[in-house]
Design a protein around this ligand. Structure first.
Ligand SMILES: NC(=O)c1ccc[n+]([C@@H]2O[C@H](COP(=O)([O-])OP(=O)(O)OC[C@H]3O[C@@H](n4cnc5c(N)ncnc54)[C@H](O)[C@@H]3O)[C@@H](O)[C@H]2O)c1
Length: 281
């Protein structure tokens, strides 16, 4: 007999930051592909009644502005090691559903943001930098876009798929709030009461850096299948950003302190990258 009577697994664990995947791709494959298989084997062993696998819109690859939003049946065309490792996890989940009748469901979310997010991600990173009076660095020309879902809406999407999703099915979960990295900076500055429509003012807070080796211009997913299960996102980007900015303005520095402690347990490559960022070396 097992010590715990586990009936449900919500599998969110991952190496999640795309930037790091270019320098440390094996770690991403190890965690996101093999790690997912370890979870699947555990789910099989424990005979769980449901496993939810969390995936990403990045598995579909770049979607040009003239293309329609992608459905769950679209071809997977990942373009970076993170996205490829997540797509590998998705394929393993599908295979375990067929081979072993594993009662698994998959959700593919667009970018998520909100309080408590690890401050390597763009929104908390920018807020913390601005709170420190520092510039925000933008990859390339800052025009690449992503869609953003507030954490509470991502959670309700997970809850919906977990309870109402059909075994073996995949559900996209996204918003229509599509913003470039530059737009995000402008939005945050607006919340800080800075007039970011003035280029000179904007320049004071902006530093353009070398782009990623490859950077998809945009992603776009269609969430109608999930909406048919009753899910809809409720938080506008403006509202979600206000809450997030206020949270990081209050707790950001404490959070950084905690992150420094957490970092002690992380691989050296990641530590160096974040140390560099935190100390602006
Ligand atoms: N953040 C986003 O915008 C976003 C968008 C779509 C999908 N996702 C997916 O959602 C999930 C959660 O993302 P997040 O942004 O919260 O990431 P995160 O990096 O903040 O959290 C991932 C967690 O996984 C844990 N983890 C990593 N390797 C592990 C291992 N080998 N064993 C056990 N735990 C391990 C980490 O400690 C961390 O707590 C991931 O699967 C990610 O791919 C995230």
């Amino acid at each position: 007999m097992f010590e715990h009577n586990i009936d449900t697994i919500i599998h969110l664990a991952a190496e999640s930051h795309v930037d790091h995947s270019f320098g440390n791709p094996y770690q991403f494959t190890l965690t996101n592909a093999l790690g997912t298989q370890v979870i699947l084997e555990a789910a099989k062993k424990f005979k769980v009644t449901r496993l939810l696998h969390m995936s990403t819109d990045e598995v579909y690859g770049e979607v040009s502005s003239t293309e329609k939003d992608l459905l769950e049946s679209s071809i997977l065309m990942p373009t970076n090691p993170y996205a490829a490792s997540k797509a590998s996890g998705d394929l393993l989940v599908s295979a375990y559903v067929k081979s072993f009748n594993l009662p698994a469901v998959t959700i593919r979310c667009n970018n998520v943001y909100g309080p408590h997010q690890f401050p390597e991600k763009i929104i908390p990173k920018f807020i913390c930098l601005l709170n420190r009076g520092e510039k925000c660095f933008l990859h390339g020309d800052g025009t690449n876009t992503r869609r953003y879902l507030y954490a509470a809406d991502a959670v309700s999407a997970i809850d919906t798929v977990l309870h109402k999703g059909e075994v073996g099915h995949i559900y996209n979960a996204g918003s229509n709030d599509e913003l470039s990295n530059l737009d995000i900076l402008k939005f945050i500055l607006k919340v800080f009461g800075v007039d970011s429509t003035d280029d000179k003012v904007l320049g004071k807070y902006t530093e353009f850096t070398e782009d990623r080796p490859f950077n998809d211009s945009r992603y776009a997913i269609d969430s109608e299948k999930l909406q048919k299960l009753g899910w809809t996102y409720k938080t506008s980007f403006e509202d979600g950003l206000k809450v997030t900015t206020s949270w990081y303005s209050k707790y950001g520095e404490i959070w950084w302190g905690d992150v420094t402690n957490i970092l002690k347990a992380f691989p050296d490559t990641l530590k160096t990258d974040l140390d560099k960022f935190m100390n602006r070396q």
